[in-house]
Ligand binder design. Structure first.
Ligand code: CUA
Length: 158
């Protein structure tokens, strides 16, 4: 079979792109632990604060780590300040009472969309103690730029 040089170049370039895309997905998902929040759990957005799963916001110890329950609403996160231990798995459970918000822990791989009617859940581990900014990264209205919270990662007590 006689394939022209130009056609060969295009075929190799297209094949190379496919390999590059697959490698990108593998590096970010396996290497960077970046995964879509695939936890499908529904909730009635109008009764979030009386729902047993979200009635108590904040941090609870759930071996081997902790679980953080957070509610997102225009234009705040409840609670506004979260303290978690370093080097232990932290599971975030977040839902919205109104519109779609974002929940991004700046400088970490903690980042999820918060859609009303659903519980967003992800687990991550923080190796660097310190103060992190949590921001809403989905435009949610006039006060979107004011919507933030603080995450304090504390070195575990010996
Ligand atoms: Cu909430 Cu933007």
């Amino acid at each position: 079979m006689n394939v022209s040089l130009y056609e060969k170049i295009w075929m190799w370039a297209a094949g190379g792109l496919i390999v590059a895309f697959v490698v990108t997905v593998l590096v970010t998902s396996v290497g960077g632990a970046l995964q879509p929040p695939s936890h499908v759990e529904t909730i009635d957005p109008t009764t979030v604060f009386t729902d047993a799963r979200f009635a108590h916001q904040g941090v609870t110890t759930t071996a081997p780590g902790v679980t953080v329950v957070t509610v997102a609403m225009t234009f705040a996160f409840v609670p506004n300040e979260i303290h978690v231990p370093a080097h232990r798995p932290v599971t975030f459970r977040i839902t919205s009472t109104d519109v779609t918000h974002g929940f991004e822990i700046v400088g970490t791989n903690g980042n999820t969309m918060v859609v009303p009617g659903y519980v967003s859940q992800f687990t991550t581990t923080f190796d660097r103690p310190g103060e992190y900014l949590i921001v809403c990264n989905e435009y949610c209205g006039q006060g979107h730029h004011l919507m933030s919270a603080k995450l304090i990662v504390e070195e575990a007590k010996p």
